[in-house]
Design a binder for this molecule. Structure first.
Ligand SMILES: [Zn+2]
Length: 106
């Protein structure tokens, strides 16, 4: 009889063949990964998965800063980049939290 903690249906049973002892049941609890968060504002990101069996195009949104920044922060960074390019603002005027992402492409 399995231990009470292993009688729940949320525990996965894995049957393994072992030399001399025949089959043995391994109990495995589901691993829940933590949610991914935006690097600037720390809000949780949507449509980001960290499972290894998915292709990379399905792990994160396929746009600039996808899987790194939320949509609000990404659009803010892109606006700042364009303003820097056009010379409307200087690099010193940009907030510190946006600097690593603004500098990256400039
Ligand atoms: Zn954000």
């Amino acid at each position: 009889m399995p231990l009470p903690k292993n009688r729940s249906r949320s525990v996965r049973k894995i049957f393994r063949r072992v030399p001399k002892r025949g089959t043995v049941v391994h109990y495995k609890r589901r691993k829940k990964g933590k949610k991914h968060h935006c690097a600037i504002c720390k809000s949780s990101l949507q449509a980001v998965h960290s499972s290894s069996f998915l292709p990379s195009s399905q792990k994160a949104p396929n746009r600039k800063f996808g899987g790194q920044l939320c949509t609000k922060c990404a659009s803010r960074v892109i606006v700042i980049r364009n303003r820097l390019k056009e010379g409307l603002i200087k690099l010193e005027e940009v907030e510190i939290k946006y600097l690593p992402y603004v500098r990256h492409g400039v």
